[in-house]
Design a protein around this ligand. Sequence first.
Ligand code: HEC
Ligand code: HEC
Length: 262
Amino acid sequence: MFRIECNSIIGLTLVALLMTKTAFAESDNSTSFMSIAGGRISAEVNKEREEVIKQRNNVSNPVVGKEKSQLCQGCHGEFGISANTQIPKLAGQFSNYISKQVRNYQSGKRTHQIMSAMAATINDDDLADVADYFASQDKMKGSGSADNLIGKKLFSNSNVSNLGLACINCHGEKGLGLKPQISVFPVIGGQHKDYIRRQLVNFREGNRTNSPNGMMNKMAGSLTDAEIESLAEYVSQQRESSGEPTQPAVVSQQVARKSRSK
Ligand code: HEC
Ligand code: HEC
């Protein structure tokens, strides 16, 4: 039992790392704007792998980040928890993912009538502080009450779209992000259901095409409306259980328990 779990954890991490590498290789080769942005993004993501926990919990200048995000707070909430379910929560989202999305709105790689206009109001320096501010807030969470079992199965099974990849491989357990943290793959667990549903439809219909290598378009490509509904419900329900240990800690506890019982 232990061996199987251990192998699957390593397997998932490998898949994620491989996907990350491919994603960066691709963005470095795109149009000239993206290659500038891509270079910067990949440099920052490498940095974030070591620093993201620090960024979440101990932002370098939270006062500045909070001040600079007044406009954003108007829609995304003072602490990154939006009241309107069409507007995404940003609390505890990866800082580099937030920056990447805003840059995508600025360049037109991702479009939205309101958000594209908002993105045009912020410069790169302020964006870094603002993204850090939202990333450092308590992570977004759902009710944690019940699981949509169909959604849970779809999320964890590798045969969605027959691509041999499950959502969990890239978005982590319960959609709460990978451990170790890889900011290319956004936190989606505990996000608003309405927002998740709309993004999956956008990816499926090709209205959102900014994921690296179009990976989300491939993932959502053959989802039915009913599957999207179940997935959106399951994902939005999730939250981190209090004091949840990281994967390696779970494994080491199991080892400890096993060796005690012998
Ligand atoms: C008037 C309301 C409004 C304001 C103000 C606003 N946003 Fe948004 N934001 C939205 C909406 C609506 C979306 C969803 C757009 C879509 O579906 O593509 C969004 C999406 C985003 C996303 C994508 C999140 C994800 O999970 O992919 C980021 C990041 C973001 N906003 C950051 C900001 C920042 C930073 C500011 C301040 C400069 C800001 N927003 C100001 C309404 C707003
Ligand atoms: C191969 C890796 C991979 C797999 C598998 C994957 N995703 Fe994603 N997903 C991504 C990446 C990368 C992004 C961010 C795209 C970007 O940069 O805009 C993303 C974005 C999303 C978003 C938008 C989040 C936001 O805040 O706007 C949703 C929702 C989502 N994925 C749901 C799913 C679901 C549901 C599945 C399974 C059916 C899935 N993903 C499978 C890599 C993956």
